[in-house]
Write a protein of this length. Sequence first.
Lengths: 259, 331
Amino acid sequence: MADTLLKIGGLTKRFGGVVASDNIALDIVAGELHAIIGPNGAGKTTLIGQLSGELTPDTGQVFFDGQDITALPAYRRSAMGLGRTFQITSLFPDFTALDNVALAVQAHAGHSFHFWRDARMESDLREPARAALARAGLSNRADEIVANMSHGEHRQLELAMALATRPRLLLLDEPMAGLGPEESSRMVKTLRELKQEITILLIEHDMEAVFALADRISVLVYGRVIASGEPAAIRANAEVRQAYLGEQEAVSAPGAGHG
Amino acid sequence: MKSWLTPRNAFVTALMIVLALLPVYSALTGNTFMVTLFTRILILAIAAVSLNLIMGFGGMVSFGHAAYLGIGGYVVGILAKEGINSGFVQWPLALVLSGLFALAVGALSLRTRGVYFIMITLAFAQMVYYIANGLDRYGGDDGLTIQRRSDFGGLINLSNRTVFYYLCLVLLMATVYFVWRMVNSRFGLVIQGARSNERRMRAIGFPTFRYKLTCFVIAGVLCGLSGVLLANHTNFISPALMHWTRSGDLIVMAVLGGMGTVFGPVIGAVALLVLEEALPHLMGLASYLATGKEVAAAKEYWQLILGPMMLLIVIYARGGIEGLISGRRRG
């Protein structure tokens, strides 16, 4: 059996009468980039919330690297190597870009009950942070205050922070959200490099990006996984086309988005 | 590197020189009132700096910070009444009890946020306030006179006005330096990160609660120290020490001076308490100039001036007086 890094079994989450996650079962194999697509309101962000530890499922389990993490808080999951980015940019706006990433490095460099030394002078925090900024393409913006940066740069910084926690599995919640075409293609390029090293669970609306990047795709509709498989199979799946892809003619056109 | 000679640094240096030379001025002119007033300012500045640590840097708006003034003060007062005058006993005990109280308040209140946090911290402070009111042996709501200041043997004589003033100044400076080191350390960055975006802090792997609780306890201990000094300064304790309006005063000092800067609350404490003293006189003078005779009632309405001043600072200088001088604005 291929190494399953993340195993989701029977995950169900209700909000009142709405079933946001309906008995979801998924295996994310080590080394793959697994994309989850689905129309608005399909329950994608609810799923990420349960995987990262912000929401507790009503039933079902999540195993990371063989360990049951269903009840672990977010910070413990991060410590185990489960990194994430946020759909709506979630940064520390009055810090510099480098401070933001250095804080992510610090979170994984032992406890932070150090009261005296200037943390901004500690090279074992600053250097890995600079490296993560460089990978996300933000080297030249390290000392900029985050509040003064553009939306596209915020998305890159989101990624840099997640990378700085040295995750084994990266949950990316719509990394292309709000990006222009040029910024999007830059992000696709960055992710293509990253998937060589890190297992990625990608939630994304941008179909072109998904089909360019994903090794496998799962389709979520009304909280249920209606199909899961390789991009070609998903593209050909009648139920998927009806539920979702039919709306997006550009993608269903032959040849579009191959990468 | 930025130049050190900024308007802000010049102002802080001038303030430091004034504070350092005040007893000299007082000795030359025989004006002891100034030393008494400024001793009080220095002591409350310690409390304001400690509140600012949790409020300005940690985003934890405690509306019960005066409780620690009370705990620190009552430990000194009660022990003195029971014949234990040694500072070596009084002071550590006061600081430990302040810390334990902060631990209990923080453990509960830090699970909530926003207005609930404010209400819980206020509720705890009110609880201590009413307990003090009920301590009949120690004066109840009339308070208790402390016959002797804390005794440190031959080490330091707190009864000497000048010595006590300089002790307070040194402790304030030590507090400011300690807080400054702390907010720039790993610990301080975690606290500031949790203020800015706690959700993200947890997502990148920080168990934020334990850091915030530690910060809350440190602030409690520092404010307890302020209470110890205040009891020694006035030779008197009463529940008024921890009335909720006193907690409000501390918030005003931090906001007025500049939240989220280490030195801001010191400026705020000086500004608020000096204005409290000076405004009634200025109002009296103004009434004299306007009507030809001093109107006693005018002195009563000095807060009519202070209120709008506060408003202007909050609206136009989000970084308080500190931010105004350094030309920096906080959103």
